[in-house]
Design a protein around this ligand. Structure first.
Ligand code: MF3
Ligand code: CO
Ligand code: CO
Length: 252
């Protein structure tokens, strides 16, 4: 059985503080998204904001990763490496940011439109966001992990999309990735029972086409095998006595 770390009240306070800071940072970075901006520009902005808050960019150094963010454009699903690529009107761009504060991690992501995008892309973003929301709603004590997974899968598949099956959400705390793994597909009532004090990074990845993915030769960038569009939304969520609490809320 996976070892799930139940966070103490003190640890939860720190994780709340970390999440609040991170949510605000992602909002600021998302506001800087416009045609002509490079993914590197967005990464530098994110890193500057993280350091300003006296936090550490937790992705940097993680398994040799060299940046503060992962930025994934269009058919890129996750783990896109920031670089010289400049954004074009009509692109969709996944921004995934993490930080560490006083020894605790926070992780959040969203996919946003660059200027005006196609109806097809706009719908994908709307449904991706709804899938995350539906998953979070199930993250309450007494429910099972399968309730979260099934809720996400249902929204995706009801809309004709597929969910990525080879990458998962995860517990989060002192480590960026802790147990349990959180698949974006599954069955209601199955899997681990959720308990107060668990913190989960729930992160649906939805594809317009098939669920198959590939990793590019840079060793990081994950793309859809059919090169159709993909989106990614993620929040760090506390399972509390009162229900799910999103720690990484956007401020605007
Ligand atoms: N943020 C990713 C996740 O949601 C992990 C990124 S690992 C990195 O789990 F090394 F690429 F930064
Ligand atoms: Co993430
Ligand atoms: Co994550």
């Amino acid at each position: 059985m996976a070892k799930i770390k139940i966070k103490s009240a003190e640890e939860i306070e720190i994780m709340k503080e970390a999440g609040l800071i991170l949510g605000e940072i992602l909002s600021q970075v998302a506001h800087a998204v416009k045609p002509g901006v490079t993914t590197e520009d967005l990464d530098s902005l994110a890193e500057k904001l993280i350091l300003q808050k006296e936090c550490q960019p937790v992705f940097k150094g993680y398994r040799g990763y060299k940046h503060a963010t992962c930025i994934s454009v269009n058919e890129e699903v996750v783990h896109g490496i920031p670089g010289q690529r400049s954004l074009k009107e009509g692109d969709i761009i996944g921004l995934d940011i993490g930080l560490k504060l006083k020894g605790f991690c926070s992780d959040t992501a969203m996919t946003v439109a660059v200027g005006k995008v196609s109806k097809k892309a706009a719908k994908l973003l709307r449904i991706g966001k709804a899938a995350l929301k539906a998953g979070i709603k199930q993250a309450r004590a007494g429910n099972h992990l399968g309730d979260v997974s099934a809720a996400i899968e249902k929204i995706a598949e009801d809309n004709g999309y597929s969910v990525v099956r080879d990458l998962y959400g995860h517990g989060i705390g002192r480590d960026l990735h802790e147990d349990p793994l959180i698949p974006n597909f599954g069955f209601k009532g199955e899997g681990l029972e959720l308990k107060p004090g668990m913190v989960l990074a729930i992160e649906p990845m939805l594809n317009i086409g098939g669920s198959k993915i590939e990793t590019l030769s840079d060793g990081w960038t994950v793309v859809t095998a059919d090169r159709e569009l993909s989106c990614h939304f993620e929040h760090s969520v506390l399972v509390s006595e009162e229900g799910p609490e999103i720690l990484t809320k956007r401020v605007n």
